[in-house]
Design a protein around this ligand. Structure first.
Ligand code: TRP
Ligand code: ZN
Length: 855
């Protein structure tokens, strides 16, 4: 796991593998401490690599038992990262390699390779976990059909592809679709299935199964429904059908990420499968729907067409996120989905892009690929595709995608291949657009307006700030969606996409009767920071009249940020103008409740710190926290007369359903409850807690009570009700820390981590504490550095066992550059302490090192 001198891998070093693989057959004899894996691989020299080459196979923490070439024992050279068979010892043409190795799944705490979770065997092979299962060319451009035989004394034995036979203690699987090793999966356990049939558009019958531990089968219905809708949607919108006889999903409790798209056998973090009204919030339901769709959509974008190497990760992830966002928009509300996606993009990707960990959507080097499953690769990767679609239009996009599937099915492709299908399908030159893939950083877009005699000119200027290792950058292609609103509130010019390609560029609209208010970057048409001196009056006007729902919300958001920034920086009062604007939105029954709930959400502390820093201030976490609370209190007072009525009108009667309309009502109702609680000392929240009959309302009430410091009884009741359910209890840990007062957050985290139930080796549980503390902005950045030290201690404790999750959580420290010299020094001290830890993982060495340099 640890490496004396971690190596850096470069995109420019890519070479095809020495050999091609025709067929892989695996036999697993499962045993917790000594699982045997036999591999039989049909190999031949790769014509793309002329000459005779050594055969180098990756392998880590596997014990070689035997190795044969064409049936004869051979003695390969074995080292810590693999084995080598010298060219001279290999036949000239095709040959068969047979190996047997021993591995110990029970000792595998990293949750990568074959491991055990609560008595169940499961695998996680992306990105480079297969090498912990057997010796193999563990790289995505080596693809082969797999046959797998699993032997073990557990009732359910699963692998990829179609089942071809089973008996007492064994099962055989055949996956005819050539795949890279990262898509391999195996599961064995005492599991039960929630099943449903599916018929594809062309008439193929598919058995759908969601496998869970006995007792959980009644909480799979929503995941199954989401799967069926995803499968139908991909047929209807992308013309993509499923291609095997079975589709299996397995829920596991110990998992490093959200879920994994293994061919025909998706493995999920159980928190993204199991849901009932009693245990899952509306947000949980929405996330389950999105992740089920995401993993299913990978069957075409990721599996049928995979990545040539890990630098191309965004080829599958950016596209698949884009597709799951489209799907969720179609299932729910496009406006609400877009706003939520942009909130996430700013909170995670802009934050990353503006700090020491900034990297391009397609990075050019890495030490540990697991560190590049980032918001930039995923979310910015999806934004880049959204821009492409806007530039070429819906028809051009559809043509390009058809060509992509046609041309590259069965291949391991690159970003060059991806852009070429757009060029060939639409005749467009994308050379400049490609900078979005190679250059890191969030562009800043400034705009000024000129008005004269019916002519409005917009003068744009883009700035592409330096990021680590990239000082100078070229102008980006920016699709800027613009609409003009006349003074009477009618749309004077509907949405037009301006295509900016220069550093400075202006666009004019002629023949206008009166000076309009301009709505810029509609739908958030490019992932940039828009810098615009718009008067509060104009922002309020756009909030009231913009026909583009994203920009309508954005106008209120920008107004709130202006107000809050002035409160923090100048000690200004809460602007009545903003309060009036919020009153206008909150009680406007023509607007979707979910949209109104989003409008009432205040900018987060971290968002304000990011914004203030970008504007040249040094953010003071305590001041931001205090100002934001003042702002919330003022909002509560301004809306006070309508809040009770709003809560009443948003109550949803009848049995709980997780649909978007009901969820929107609950979101607005709970937002109103949060505001009322600032006025009534907690009476309404206690009442809501007593009445809550679903997890959404329970969490709404509990959050309000924690915020008031009056949650002791409710927390105890919650623990009594849900103590047996780890995923539900994670909410209990998370909320107490995330909502703790800044001076209490570390203490609460210390108390909770001292509980015997704090099972820190479970990634969900670890995140629910360490993630929540880092998300409590003022608590994490407490002036005495106590939270920095606490988080660093836990990262160092987890790193030797699970480097992947530890490294991921270390991004808590990525924003240190924003803050004052004292805080900078304290973070640096923690990074030094981490880096000095003997045996530190490659994962953490890379992350702490990159953050230390600071950018
Ligand atoms: N490919 C997965 C997805 O996006 C991500 C993933 C799941 C992953 N588990 C992982 C990535 C472990 C790295 C390591 O759907
Ligand atoms: Zn994915």
């Amino acid at each position: 796991m640890s490496d004396a001198s971690p190596q850096t891998v470069f995109l420019s070093d890519y070479q095809p593998f020495s050999h091609v693989l025709k067929q892989v057959s695996l036999v697993f004899r499962l045993s917790p401490q000594a699982t045997r894996v036999q591999a039989r691989i049909d190999l031949a020299p790769n014509p793309a690599r002329p000459g005779k080459h050594d055969l180098r196979l990756d392998g880590e923490s596997v014990k070689l038992i035997s190795c044969k070439v064409d049936g004869r024992d051979v003695a390969p050279l074995v080292d810590a990262t693999g084995l080598t068979l010298a060219a001279a010892d290999l036949p000239d043409g095709a040959f068969v390699l047979e190996t047997e190795v021993e591995i110990a799944p029970e000792a595998n705490t990293a949750l990568e390779g074959l491991y055990m979770s609560r008595g169940m065997y499961c695998t996680q092979c992306e990105a480079e976990g297969f090498r912990k299962i057997t010796y193999y060319p563990d790289r995505p451009d080596v693809m082969a059909p797999f046959k797998v035989r699993v032997e073990g004394d557990l009732p359910v034995l699963l692998s990829n592809g179609n089942p071809v036979g089973q008996g007492a203690g064994w099962a055989e699987w055949n996956d005819p679709w050539p795949k890279p090793a990262y898509l391999f999966a195996l599961v064995a356990g005492e599991l039960v299935a929630h099943s449903a049939p599916f018929r594809t558009a062309s008439g193929r019958s598919v058995d759908l199964n969601i496998w869970v531990r006995p007792g959980d089968e009644d909480r799979c219905a929503y995941a199954m429904d989401s799967l069926i809708r995803s499968m139908r949607w991909d047929e209807e919108v992308y013309g993509r059908e499923y291609d095997l006889d079975v589709f299996n999903i397995v829920a596991v409790d110990d998992f490093n990420m959200g879920a994994m798209e293994n061919k025909g056998l998706n493995i999920f973090n159980s928190k993204f499968v199991l849901a009932s009204p009693e245990t899952a919030t509306d947000d949980d339901f929405a996330r389950i729907e999105a992740i089920i769709a995401h993993e299913y959509f990978h069957n075409w974008t990721g599996n049928r067409i995979t990545c040539r190497d890990w630098f191309q990760l965004c080829l599958k992830e950016g596209l698949t996120v884009f597709r799951d966002q489209q799907f969720s928009g179609d299932m729910r509300s496009h406006a609400v989905k877009r706003i939520e996606d942009v909130l996430m993009l700013r909170a995670r990707q802009f934050r990353e892009d503006q700090g020491p960990l900034a990297h391009p959507v397609r990075p050019e080097s890495y030490m540990e690929i697991n560190n590049f499953y980032t918001a930039t690769v995923y979310e910015k990767g999806a934004e880049v595709i959204g821009m492409l679609k806007r530039l070429v239009g819906d028809e051009g996009y559809a043509k390009a995608l058809d060509l992509y599937f046609d041309r590259h099915d069965g291949e391991a492709a690159t970003i060059e291949d991806w852009l070429k299908v757009f060029e060939d399908a639409t005749g467009r030159d994308l050379a400049q657009f490609k900078r979005w893939y190679s250059e890191a950083g969030t562009p800043r877009l400034k705009v000024s307006e000129e008005w004269a005699e019916g002519r409005l000119t917009l003068q744009f200027e883009q700035e592409n700030p330096a990021t680590p290792g990239q000082e100078v950058k070229g102008a980006k292609v920016l699709p800027i969606a613009v609409g003009l609103i006349g003074p009477n509130g009618d749309e004077a010019v509907p949405t037009t996409v301006l295509e900016m390609t220069e550093t400075r560029q202006s666009f004019s609209f002629e023949g206008l009767g009166a000076r309009p208010v301009v709505s810029i970057l509609r739908g958030f048409s490019a992932p940039v920071v828009l810098e615009r001196d718009l008067t509060p009056v104009d922002r309020a006007f756009l909030l009231a009249h913009d026909t583009d729902p994203f920009n309508k919300w954005e106008a209120g958001r920008a107004l709130a940020k202006d107000v809050l920034a002035r409160m923090v920086a100048e000690g200004a009062d809460v602007a009545p103008m903003w309060l009036d604007a919020m009153a206008g939105v909150a009680f406007d029954d023509r607007l979707d409740p979910a949209f109104r709930a989003l409008c009432l959400r205040l900018p987060s502390d971290d968002d304000m710190a990011q914004t203030l820093h970008a504007a040249g201030h040094v953010p003071d976490p305590a001041r931001i926290y205090a100002s934001r609370r003042t702002m919330g209190d003022a909002l509560a007072h301004r809306l006070r007369d309508g809040l009770e009525g709003l809560m009443a009108s948003m109550s949803v009667s009848g049995a709980f359903t997780p649909d978007a309309v009901s969820a929107g009502k609950r979101a607005l109702g709970n937002a109103a409850l949060g505001l009322v609680s600032r006025l009534d000392g907690g009476a309404a929240a206690k009442d809501a807690w007593a009445k809550a009959d679903n997890m959404t309302d329970r969490i709404g009430a509990l959050s309000a009570l924690i915020d008031l410091g009056k949650a002791e009884a409710a927390l105890a009741e919650f623990a009594a009700m849900f103590g047996q359910d780890g995923n539900v209890m994670d909410k209990w840990y998370m909320l107490q820390i995330a909502l703790a007062a800044p001076d209490r957050a570390v203490e609460v985290a210390k108390e909770l981590t001292a509980l015997p139930e704090f099972n820190w080796k479970n990634p969900n549980r670890f995140r629910s504490v360490i993630g929540a503390l880092s998300a409590n902005h003022a608590g994490f950045h407490r002036a005495d550095g106590a939270a920095y030290a606490f988080v660093a201690d836990w990262l160092m404790k987890l790193d030797p066992l699970n480097p992947q999750t530890a490294a991921r959580m270390s991004t808590a420290f990525e924003t240190w550059r924003r803050y004052d010299a004292d805080r900078q020094q304290m973070v640096q001290e923690q990074l030094r302490r981490i880096l000095a830890q003997p045996g530190l993982s490659r994962d953490m060495t890379e992350m702490a090192g990159r953050m230390q340099k600071g950018g």
